[in-house]
Design a protein around this ligand. Sequence first.
Ligand SMILES: O=C(O)CCC(=O)C(=O)O
Ligand SMILES: [Fe+2]
Length: 250
Amino acid sequence: MAAAAAASAAAAKALTNVPRSVPGLPPGVILLKGYLTMDEQIRIVLQIRELGVGPGGFYTPSYNTGARLSLRMMCMGLHWEPRTSKYEATRSSYDGATPPPIPSWLVELCGRCLGAASAAAAAAGGIQLPPLRPDICLANFYERSGRLGMHQDKDEMPDSLRAGLPVVSLSLGDAADFLYGRTREAEQASSVRLESGDVLVFGGPGRMIFHSVSRVHPHTAPRELLAATGLRPGRLNLTFRQYRARTNAP
Ligand SMILES: O=C(O)CCC(=O)C(=O)O
Ligand SMILES: [Fe+2]
């Protein structure tokens, strides 16, 4: 009897330990509200700032039309080039810098986030997401007027996309409206608010969703994060990706 009670208590604890995802999102899209602890958020901001002022750090990218993106970017692992929509080893169109590697603790954190998202998806009766060995991390910093138009993340290799290897996205600082939908039409898209500490994962059948950042909400960053880091007004987003499914391929 006591053993049964202990077992059911353990089961209840295990259940409450499974993070809950926001309901109503498309299959393969999982949002864990407030998953990152304040300590993790502070550590991420300090780490990204340290890398961001070094070689290959934050810059304002441009498209091949010459138009500038409404954000500042730092790539880790591989450089994503907006002029060609391709990944490359160095930032050839700007200063030739080699992107810094992704710090190993961030790779490990990404793994934990994906594990939690997969557990939440399974608990909600959703699909199982494939594992990720991230070798790319893009850091975007949006000021108050920052935004990013509707797009798909489709510049990773076809085998990575076909396998539905997830994108793991971490939000820090000010909140933002994240639009997502099955087409490029922003008017038909749904919107969800991403706040500091939220983890959003899109993989499997959700890997190719169109998405955008339509608006940053000023003065919504957690005070503790600002006090501990001196983060400038705005929003920091990190997206982890895997360039090719078979990492040992030539
Ligand atoms: O800032 C975000 O939440 C999304 C960023 C994004 O879509 C990208 O970097 O491809
Ligand atoms: Fe994206």
